[in-house]
Ligand binder design. Structure first.
Ligand SMILES: *[C@@H]1O[C@H](CO)[C@@H](O)[C@H](O)[C@H]1NC(C)=O
Ligand SMILES: *[C@@H]1O[C@H](CO)[C@@H](O)[C@H](O)[C@H]1NC(C)=O
Length: 538
């Protein structure tokens, strides 16, 4: 009588299933919140400034956004294909203290451009499409109540027009601009005498669906660049324009645009001689050419010690296939993988099956156990979406517009909502461990010893870390210039009144941490403080 037995058991089975569904939901770590219901624009490029504001940036020739420029500030452009007289904002500034949005005025097209913060905290922004192709712009951030805005530089331009390029700040504070569509060269800001220098590796990595665009560029602590394009990587000495080392190809197909993987360099620590690079996810080769929206993405990650003698990729699978995921370095050294889809490829309307589950990658766990699945979001974040670490430890999620223009009544609509994801370290039951930075210098020099004073509700057991997080330029599922540097610290010493003193040493050189503003986090047993911005200078 199996069927009777089954029927008798049914209510119980349903209870068990419901229980598991509830538990699965309730127990996954992390929480989501909507910060802004309508940012006015869909952010394609996002960067956090040292004034705790966030620059959101789209492209210009996209027609009406949902935010007007200030009264009397319109942009007239005879060549704009959509709006010759455009009174809409295509960039806005979000104030993290109030969640208010202020329109910014960008004059030339920033579609698929690149960016990086300079040592003085100015955001440099390069290239784009059409009138933006050779353009260099800057944004000098100001107090949230200020009126700073984009400035187009008229005295300097890119030598090679660039879209889909990657920028990386260098140890001397200049910026290298790497690759781009039909631009297999590098050049610099400020410009160097030798102009745009051809780099054959980028040309070799180009295939018939491109796949060498938005290369993953990481500044290694030995001063060379790790450049990953398509399925391969080199160590590149930009001063001599020489490839110092070729890494073996990474299995699993192409990873860069349009094949939509992501990459991060793990935290630099100890004697800073070792750098480990991780590359995760991607589309199946051919999905872009075939315009296939339902080809399953793959979930493989490769990890390599870029500075080591054994050049091997250690492989590990994520729980989900994923394209267009963003890899965000958290203050702890763990990496959040967030946003994206499970099928298709990068490009307009070329993906499906949003991947709503963020993953936490824990580098210190043994291989095979490093990924943990976190609480899913509810808003699909497809093509042209971004993720950035905030100074309070949350992760800002913005954008998603897989369409050529703004479209709302469709599948995967243009997304104007800005969300924040709070990793588990911000959960209330860990609040007693959360340090507050009471004292920290505003400026430190390379190699300088300095003290950080923190207070913590519960007595500190063990060592409180002090970790510096850069503010990267996030676009197209890669954070340009992202790095986390763990400082050398002495054992935490009680300083009375629940306070503790941590003696730290600033990074030894610009190779380990290029000059500029960093978010300094005190991290106690995996729980980060709110960061204080610290200016690292030579
Ligand atoms: C920062 O440096 C850039 C490039 O030299 C310059 O254009 C900008 O005005 C500087 N910003 C500030 C605030 O001094
Ligand atoms: C803006 O804020 C700063 C810092 O809080 C303050 O010093 C300044 O007076 C304010 N400026 C205006 C115009 O309100």
């Amino acid at each position: 009588m199996p069927s009777l037995h089954f029927l008798q058991c049914l209510p119980f089975l349903i209870l068990v299933i419901l229980h598991f569904i509830f538990l699965a939901r309730a127990q996954l770590p992390g929480t989501w919140e909507i910060l802004v219901e309508n940012a006015g624009i869909a952010s394609m490029h996002t960067a956090v400034t040292r004034f705790n504001t966030v620059v959101l940036l789209d492209r210009t020739n996209i027609g009406p956004s949902r935010k007007l420029l200030r009264k009397g500030h319109c942009r007239s452009d005879r060549n704009d294909a959509v709006l010759k007289h455009d009174c809409y904002a295509h960039s806005v500034l979000l104030d993290l203290a109030t969640n208010q949005i202020r329109p910014l005025m960008i004059l030339t097209d920033t579609w698929c451009s690149s960016g990086q913060f300079l040592p003085n905290g100015t955001l440099l922004q390069t290239g784009g499409d059409l009138d933006g192709f050779n353009k260099i712009r800057k944004f000098d951030p100001c107090e949230p109540n200020g009126s700073c805005d984009w400035v187009e530089l008229d005295d300097v331009a890119l030598i090679d027009g660039r879209w889909y390029a990657t920028n990386q700040i260098l140890p001397d504070g200049s910026v290298i601009i790497v690759g781009g569509r039909a631009a297999n060269t590098v050049e610099y800001f400020p410009p160097r005498k030798n102009g745009a220098v051809s780099i054959p590796f980028l040309a070799e990595a180009e295939d018939n669906q491109m796949d060498n665009l938005y290369p993953y560029v990481h500044l290694l602590p030995n001063g060379h660049l790790f450049i990953f394009a398509n399925d391969r990587a080199v160590m590149y000495d930009y001063d001599s324009n020489k490839v110092m080392m070729k890494y073996p190809p990474l299995d699993g197909g192409p990873r860069n645009y349009p094949s939509a993987g992501s990459s991060a360099m793990l935290a630099l620590e100890g004697d800073y001689s070792t750098a480990v690079i991780v590359v995760c996810g991607g589309a199946k080769y051919g999905a872009f050419i075939e315009r296939s929206t339902d080809t399953p993405a793959h979930g493989s990650c490769g990890r390599i010690v870029a500075t080591g003698p054994d050049r091997v990729w250690e492989m590990e699978d994520m729980a989900f296939g994923r394209i267009m995921g963003d890899m965000v370095m958290l203050p702890t050294g763990d990496v959040l993988v967030i946003n994206g889809a499970q099928a298709g490829t990068q490009g307009f309307e070329l993906a499906s099956a949003p991947c709503l589950y963020p993953l936490l990658y824990r580098p210190d766990q043994p291989g095979g156990l490093r990924f943990m699945t976190l609480t899913p979001g509810t808003v699909p974040r497809m093509y042209h979406s971004t993720a950035n670490l905030l100074p309070d430890g949350r992760v800002l999620v913005a954008g998603s517009n897989p369409h050529v223009f703004y479209k709302f009544e469709v599948e995967f609509p243009t997304e104007l909502r800005v969300e924040a994801f709070s990793p588990e370290y911000l959960s209330p039951d860990r609040a007693n461990l959360r340090p507050v930075i009471e004292g920290i210098p505003e400026t430190v020099r390379y190699g300088e010893a300095f003290d950080v004073v923190v207070s913590v509700p519960l007595p500190v057991v063990g060592i409180v870390e002090v970790n510096l997080g850069s503010a990267p330029f996030a676009t197209h599922s890669f954070s340009q210039g992202q790095r986390l540097v763990k400082l050398a610290v002495t054992p935490t010493a009680p300083a009375g009144d629940g306070r503790y003193k941590i003696s730290c040493t600033a990074p030894p050189s610009g190779r380990v941490a290029p000059p500029g503003y960093y978010m300094a986090f005190a991290v106690n047993q995996g729980v980060p403080s709110v960061a204080r911005w610290i200016h690292l200078v030579s």
